[in-house]
Ligand binder design. Structure first.
Ligand code: FKS
Ligand code: ZN
Length: 343
């Protein structure tokens, strides 16, 4: 399969992430992508090509226009207000507070549109997020035009970005836009399978009330890890979307056995439901040595997971999400893709 990749991801590299009460070099850093590229070439997975320009129309259709306008100018507005550093939210709207009026002040806007303050916005963030989206969209078009699968080497990632909030290293929800583009192209039902270690709370948010996009995610139990307030097993969708959200959380130390069983369960649900296209939120932070996660998958397990996904036989777009054991990110990611291809 072909990979869509843009060098513009480098435009997003904040100086620091707030972690453990300290500012550290962000875990989500440009070098992650180098390892994936190197491995793709080593394994000759297929051509690596630049995406077409981003198409903001499908993005504007799915996500809050005010949020998009905010992201576009946040850094400039922040600087214009005399703020010295990168854009970081100091607070967020909390319980029993108003969410229905958007602050005029940039500091307040940042708090309104952010849900996790580890994530900074820099002068290049908007362009990098658009380039990441462009990769996802080009991969979608490739598959819509008849390819069996395509890999969007997205960075920054997307699955924590909601309809109107950024955070968890994510700004624009690539996988959600891809799923919606499949709908626009005529797919009656689209499934998103999220195998990143973290709950795809943003993707869940976008389709929670939607009956024609299924969202299925295996992740660390929110009682034990980020994002702490979404991804519980009893979140199953609402209204028309009742039953089309599937969450399977697991606790610390979970090995591949139960993880794979959960994956098989989701695969069966997606097939029975009649999905016509599949979007995979491909994070590899379930790996045993990931520095911010606690599952115990080993590299060959990713190959096996890819095979199981491949056997579904669906047109598939893979969107890169997380994975922070930097040197293994390439091997594990490409293992999923190779497993898929020789399923
Ligand atoms: C470190 C705490 C980190 C934020 C974790 C964000 C995970 C992001 C991700 C994505 F795919 F989006 F990149 N808290 N002390 O891996 O889910
Ligand atoms: Zn993750």
């Amino acid at each position: 399969m072909r990979t869509f990749f843009s060098e513009d991801h480098r435009l997003h590299f904040p100086q620091a992430e707030l972690s453990g009460g300290e500012f550290v070099t962000p875990y989500e850093r440009p070098s992650r992508i180098e390892y994936v590229l190197a491995r793709l070439k080593e394994r000759r997975l297929g051509e690596i090509v630049a995406p077409d320009a981003v198409d903001m129309e499908p993005v504007r259709k799915l996500l809050d226009p005010g949020f998009l306008a905010f992201l576009e100018t946040a850094y400039d507005d922040w600087k214009a207000a005399g703020q010295g550093g990168e854009v970081i939210a100091a607070g967020m709207p909390t319980r029993r507070q108003r969410h229905d009026r958007i602050p005029r002040n940039i500091d307040g806007k940042v708090e309104y549109y952010c849900h996790a303050s580890e994530t900074a916005i820099t002068g290049g963030t908007w362009r990098a997020a658009q380039a990441s989206m462009a990769c996802a969209q080009s991969a979608q078009r490739e598959v819509a035009n008849g390819a069996r699968a395509a890999f969007a080497l997205c960075r920054p990632p997307g699955h924590h970005a909601t309809y109107d909030q950024y955070g968890g290293y994510c700004f624009l929800n690539n996988a959600a836009v891809v799923a919606d583009m499949f709908r626009t192209n005529g797919a009656g039902r689209v499934a998103i399978l999220d195998i990143d270690f973290h709950s795809g709370n943003g993707t869940q948010d976008i389709f929670y009330r939607c009956g024609d996009v299924m969202f299925a995610s295996i992740h660390g139990d929110p009682l034990d890890t980020y994002p702490y307030f979404a991804g519980f097993a009893d979140e199953t969708g609402e209204g028309e979307g009742e039953g089309t959200t599937i969450n399977v959380p697991f606790g610390p130390g979970t090995p591949y056995g139960p993880w794979a069983e959960a994956l098989d369960g989701m695969i069966a649900r997606i097939k029975d439901w009649g999905a016509e296209a599949l979007v995979v939120s491909l994070g590899v932070d379930a790996y045993k040595d990931d520095p911010i996660s606690f599952f115990k998958l080993d590299s060959p397990d990713f190959l096996d997971a890819g095979r199981r996904i491949g056997r579904m036989g669906l047109p598939t777009v893979f969107c890169m999400e997380g994975g922070y054991a930097i040197e293994q990110v390439g091997i594990n990611t490409v293992n999923v893709l190779e497993g898929f291809e020789d399923a």
